[in-house]
Design a protein around this ligand. Sequence first.
Ligand code: SAM
Length: 307
Amino acid sequence: MIAGSHDAFLKLVPMRDKLVGMTTLHEQAYVQWLGQEANLSQGLAVELGCWLGSLTLPLLEGLARNPTHADRSKPWLHTFDQFLWWPEFDRFVRHTHLAGRFQENQSFFDFFMDQMLSWDGMVQTHQVDLATYEWSGRPIALLIVDAWKYPAVIQRSFQSFLPHLHPGAILFLRDWYWVTDTAMHVAMYRLRDYFQLLYRVPEPASSASFQLMRPLPRDLDFPGSIHEIGEDELHAAFEWSFNLAEGLDRLCVRIGQGWLHAKRGELNHARACIDWVKDQPGHTHPKVQWLRDTLQERGLGAALGWS
Ligand SMILES: C[S@@+](CC[C@H](N)C(=O)[O-])C[C@H]1O[C@@H](n2cnc3c(N)ncnc32)[C@H](O)[C@@H]1O
């Protein structure tokens, strides 16, 4: 259990320069703080979906200051990615020194490893497909996840990584209140009796951390496709998430539900979610407008009646 308020991480924000990545400065500082404060006496840190390492590096800085490691001689962190460039990654490096450097399907593994040079021995990097990977079984105390956008990865994580978390372990979910790739709300609904929401990283981030309160069963499962999620479960999951959220986050949850319905071809349900959002006083807030713009960029504006 981390003692004290998680707001303590805010003091790290002005001390950091934002690293190139999909993450915000607040998320980078918070993950550094988690690395520093988490109790690692019973497990190590694991990161799923590191991309260029914008959370990996702050996490390592935090882990280096953490006095609770059970065994300081082993790698403190295992980090995972396929390290294959997708065209949708381009926009996150558009205005940086990496613009145009990688083409579709090109490996950026060597680039990532160069970032890790000064942390040699403290991090073990795995170039794998997380939809099929089998974790060694070592206990995990801190799980940083930015790859639960893909149901097949969630499914495998349920079978491979989660059973090795012990009570007290922390799960950081990037993009918890983001509005696309929202199947992880169903994932956490399935895990709701075991995890407790710990902290929601304040604006401008949309991530959250959870803590495992009791041992997880060994037979956890999750569908490999959004089309295999039952309609009743989908509704119940977003109701649960909605009630967990506050303020504008509730609008994010509803928009995220709309996105998932739309991707499943359930346009009436999707429109009902968006109509509800449009009726809320917060719908003109710049953040909500930004989410609307995101849906429009993904070609869903007209289908959802939100343009
Ligand atoms: C949202 S990005 C991570 C962004 C990153 N955390 C950062 O700091 O900017 C998701 C990552 O998950 C990886 N990924 C997606 N599916 C995967 C799979 N099946 N196996 C391994 N990695 C995967 C992608 O390659 C990508 O790097």
